[in-house]
Design a protein around this ligand. Structure first.
Ligand SMILES: NC(=O)c1ccc[n+]([C@@H]2O[C@H](COP(=O)([O-])OP(=O)(O)OC[C@H]3O[C@@H](n4cnc5c(N)ncnc54)[C@H](OP(=O)(O)O)[C@@H]3O)[C@@H](O)[C@H]2O)c1
Length: 262
């Protein structure tokens, strides 16, 4: 990747930076000159990503933390402020996917805790300093699944709908404070979160391509990034259908199943 001045020397926190989209984003940011702080729970995967970035000549640090816990997030962000400098860009990528039919309240709470609270906790940890400096960028990885309900995925879709609305609200509140907010709406991206059946069905975006689109959207200060185009158009079109027709259409969509690695 050609180094891009936008990222040069910037301090960038990526939650979920040890796998899939987050890992690809962390590697791409570091390759473009950014200093990357990775938040995730499992030490081995995190160490592997940090070492890969350093081996390629980049700057990276890792903090073991659960994004669902505000204290953990605050501690991780403080550690990165000390080691990498004030956070310029925060990217909420940590997420989990669980099937929610039949509905199990424990699993549902886990999905909401990681996918929704995780994003809110990152924002709460970085925004005060960004507002003080009148500079910063918050980005959240939502999903096209947050625009519609999908069979077997009511809770996952709800968690993504929640952060879509959350990030939109923060963008409105941030106003002319110098803070920018980007919401990312991926379709299916080839990561450990997707099943082999989804891979076999084709039409996936690679994690590297997803990272390229995410970085470009942040650089350009875009409010939203949707990809791939076909899935984005289908989801937006489905949203505008009358409910009975929409239900008929959505029931016929291939079910997003739970992957072993997600
Ligand atoms: N792949 C897709 O098709 C797709 C499509 C649309 C949106 N998305 C969204 O994109 C984001 C990344 O997904 P992905 O496909 O790259 O998944 P992935 O490969 O499974 O990576 C998930 C990352 O989140 C971290 N994580 C999970 N729970 C965490 C917690 N409680 N605290 C801290 N870190 C946690 C994981 O590390 P640890 O397990 O070590 O904590 C890992 O680094 C998610 O928000 C997902 O919902 C994915």
């Amino acid at each position: 990747m050609i180094p891009h001045r936008f990222w040069d020397g910037k301090s960038v926190i990526v939650t979920g930076g040890s796998s899939g989209i987050g890992r690809a984003v962390a590697i791409a940011v570091a390759a473009s000159g950014g200093r990357v702080g990775i938040v995730s729970r499992h030490a081995e995967r995190q160490r592997d990503t940090v070492e890969a970035i350093r081996a390629a000549g980049g700057t990276a640090a890792g903090e073991i933390a659960d994004v669902a816990e505000m204290d953990d997030m605050a501690r991780a962000v403080s550690a990165f402020e000390r080691s990498l400098g004030s956070c310029d860009v925060a990217i909420a990528c940590a997420g989990i996917h669980r099937i929610s039919w039949p509905l199990d309240p424990v699993t549902a709470t886990e999905v909401i805790d990681v996918n929704v609270k995780g994003c809110v906790h990152l924002a709460a940890a970085v925004l005060p300093a960004m507002l003080h400096r009148r500079r910063g960028h918050l980005c959240g990885i939502a999903s096209i699944a947050g625009v519609v309900g999908l069979p077997g995925n009511a809770v996952y879709c709800a968690s993504k709908a929640a952060i879509i609305a959350f990030l939109e609200g923060v963008r409105l509140d941030a106003g002319d404070s110098g803070i920018q907010v980007t919401t990312v709406f991926p379709g299916v991206v080839d990561t450990p979160m997707v099943t082999q059946a989804e891979r076999d069905a084709g039409g996936l975006v690679s994690a590297t391509e997803a990272a390229r689109i995410i970085l470009r959207s942040i650089e350009r200060g875009r409010a939203e990034a949707w990809f791939p185009t076909r899935t984005a158009i289908a989801a937006r079109a489905a949203r505008s259908l009358p409910p009975l027709v929409r239900d008929w259409f959505l029931r016929r969509q291939p079910r997003l199943d739970e992957a072993d690695g997600g």
